[in-house]
Design a protein around this ligand. Structure first.
Ligand code: GTP
Ligand code: SPV
Ligand code: MN
Length: 581
């Protein structure tokens, strides 16, 4: 029940349409969470893990056909097709509504309808935005409680403000042929049917905080981005904040909570966010950022004592695991965990060579961000944190250097727009195929990329002290296919170089495609890199870059009239520099 008529009317209408047996308004309390866990365990949808080693930890096994985002079934439904852009699948709103209405009619018969009010961002921040998700999945409710500020406080804010994003979700019968994730940015509405997984179902995350919010942000003069936010504290106690856009499964969570190598005594890393970042120019002309989420929905495989010890430490309690394996004594297990042996795989089958891997490559953990040992209180600051740098990064076996600095905001926007990365298991489809993924937003931008790049260029005009911009690549490989750079905690070395460039205490080797570390100036103390690795990681192959720029230009121009002239001018400038080499 709510005093906000618009919300009550919508819930009543959906309850009637879906013929839900019961309507439950979620308050976000621990008691509600515990009761739902109990109900799911009784129904077999949630399994209790070893409560001695992992108190408060549970395992959910999703339908084997429902394990990742489905980009080909995700649509942006704007009145004018061009407004969604070639970067999105499009359907006319009227057609999408009639398709979805047919699916939702009667779909909750015999089921409970949960009303899930949530706030994206600190509950008292002017930068935060609220939504209400209606779902028939108790798994969605418990995940939303960890991932967002969910429940009574959010509902109070919604009643006070009178506005909210509407998200309607049903698992249906999990038929991949009857699965659609529809966005109606002009109506501030999301409708998702037929999946219970991650970004398809937890509507506050990619659907609201990126696709709908990016559309709102463009109209209102801010940015909604697929970025981590991390604070780096020097031994002198100065903290600088960096936001980083890497595509799905390309290292955001890891970078957000890295532990500096032993050769960095006194340095501390603070985690503000690991996936989504909302940014707005402050009165001081700097760019201020909040993490709209309250939890982590992180990739389990590869999370081990040598890669991400902070994550490993926080997963010992109060965590929901999805699609990991289990050991004989019922502890969660995944490839790269570093200890234990799997007994069952993610489907619950006996583990063996024929049933490997134990954990699905897109298996995940859900936990409150406050559980992270490097959690920063600044994540609750209503005004956010000021950014010193923005870094873009992709998974590129070749070409892209370890780090490059943009010459200007405009050059940084070009670097972001020109990003490409190998596809991963975060979405269904082929893995390891290089594709253009501007600003790591290919699957998430709720409007035409041409307009989006122009908006990025315009944002620079609103900043008298813009963050410096960089591009990084942790994933360069040698001829044998091995990574040239150790990555993980050692990425601190690159962040140190980035911050030294921000403070002006180091010069860079200027190349037409950006600034590179000068020989010996990126700290490699204590590293045992292969011979010549550093040279290769900081070299610019002019011929290969010419080809890359040709490809980037073709991509940008494919957005026709909407491709910003300013971006093409910047590209021409970089190309001219390369040609004169
Ligand atoms: P999403 O949650 O899908 O958005 O992923 P993410 O960007 O947060 O990526 P995450 O940090 O979970 O890392 C994804 C995969 O890349 C994991 O298997 C990591 O172990 C691996 N990875 C992360 N950082 C590095 C790195 O610096 N080097 C290498 N080689 N692998 C890394
Ligand atoms: C991503 O794919 O970028 C994720 C996981 O963070 S999901 O919530 O499924 O979008
Ligand atoms: Mn992500």
């Amino acid at each position: 029940m709510t005093s906000l008529k618009e919300l009550q009317d919508w819930v009543d209408q959906v309850a009637a349409q879906t013929r839900a047996e019961e309507v439950v308004w979620c308050d976000g309390s621990q008691a509600e969470y515990d009761a739902l866990m109990g109900e799911m365990m009784a129904a077999g949808d949630m399994l209790e893990l070893n409560q001695e080693t992992h108190p408060g930890c549970f395992l959910h096994r999703s339908d084997p056909d429902d394990v990742a985002r489905v980009e080909h079934l995700t649509f942006v439904c704007t009145e004018v097709q061009e407004d969604a852009g070639a970067n999105n699948n499009w359907m006319a709103p009227a057609e999408a509504h009639s398709k979805m209405d047919a699916l939702f009619d009667g779909c909750m018969e015999g089921r409970t309808l949960y009303v899930i009010p949530y706030c994206m961002g600190p509950i008292d921040s002017p930068l935060s935005r609220c939504g209400v998700e209606i779902s028939d999945s108790p798994y969605v409710v418990v995940n939303m409680r960890l991932m967002t500020r969910m429940g009574s406080a959010a509902l109070e804010r919604i009643e006070r403000e009178g506005s909210f994003v509407r998200g309607l979700h049903s698992v249906g019968d999990l038929d991949p042929e009857q699965r659609f994730i529809m966005h109606f940015p002009e109506e501030l509405q999301i409708q998702s049917f037929g999946s219970g997984y991650g970004g398809n179902a937890l509507l506050g995350k990619k659907c609201h905080a990126l696709r709908i919010a990016s559309h709102q942000a463009r109209n209102e003069g801010w940015l909604a981005e697929h970025m981590l936010i991390v604070g780096i504290e020097s031994p002198e106690g100065e903290v600088h904040y960096i936001a980083g856009a890497f595509p799905s499964q390309c290292g955001k969570t890891n970078l957000a909570m890295l532990i500096p190598p032993e050769t960095y005594p006194g340095w501390k890393v603070w985690t503000v966010g690991d996936d989504i970042c909302w940014m707005r120019p402050g009165e001081d002309g700097r760019l201020w950022a909040i993490n709209p989420e309250a939890g982590l929905f992180g990739v389990a495989p590869g999370t081990g004592p040598n890669t991400n010890p902070n994550a490993l430490a926080m997963l010992d309690s109060d965590t929901i695991f999805t699609n990991v394996g289990v050991t004989a004594d019922n502890q969660p297990w995944w490839e790269g965990k570093g200890s234990g042996e799997p007994a069952l795989n993610w489907k619950g089958e006996a583990y063996g060579p024929a049933t490997a891997p134990a954990a699905h490559p897109n298996s995940r953990f859900t936990a409150s961000i406050k559980q992270c040992p490097s959690y920063s209180d600044a994540a609750e600051a209503p005004r956010g944190v000021p950014l010193s740098a923005i870094i873009f990064g992709g998974r590129r076996a070749q070409l892209m250097p370890l780090v490059l600095q943009a010459d200007s905001w405009e050059h940084g926007v070009l670097m972001g727009a020109g990003m490409a990365s190998e596809t991963t298991a975060a979405a269904t489809g082929a893995v390891g195929v290089v594709r253009r993924d501007p600003m790591a937003m290919k699957p998430f931008c709720g409007y035409n990329f041409g307009d989006y790049w122009q908006h990025w260029l315009d944002m620079g005009q609103a900043l008298s002290q813009p963050p410096a911009m960089f591009h990084v690549n942790w994933f360069r490989k040698d001829e044998a296919g091995d990574f040239l750079w150790p990555g993980f905690g050692d990425n601190m070395r690159v962040l140190e170089w980035v911050l030294k460039r921000c403070s002006g205490s180091l010069a860079a080797n200027q190349s037409p495609v950006g600034g590179l570390p000068r020989a010996g100036e990126l700290n490699t103390d204590g590293l045992s890199l292969a011979d010549g690795a550093m040279r290769e990681l900081t070299a610019v192959d002019a011929a290969a870059w010419q080809q890359e720029l040709t490809d980037i230009e073709r991509y940008i121009r494919s957005f026709g009239d909407r491709a910003p002239a300013g971006l093409l001018e910047e590209l021409a400038r970089v190309r001219a520099g390369l040609e004169s080499l």
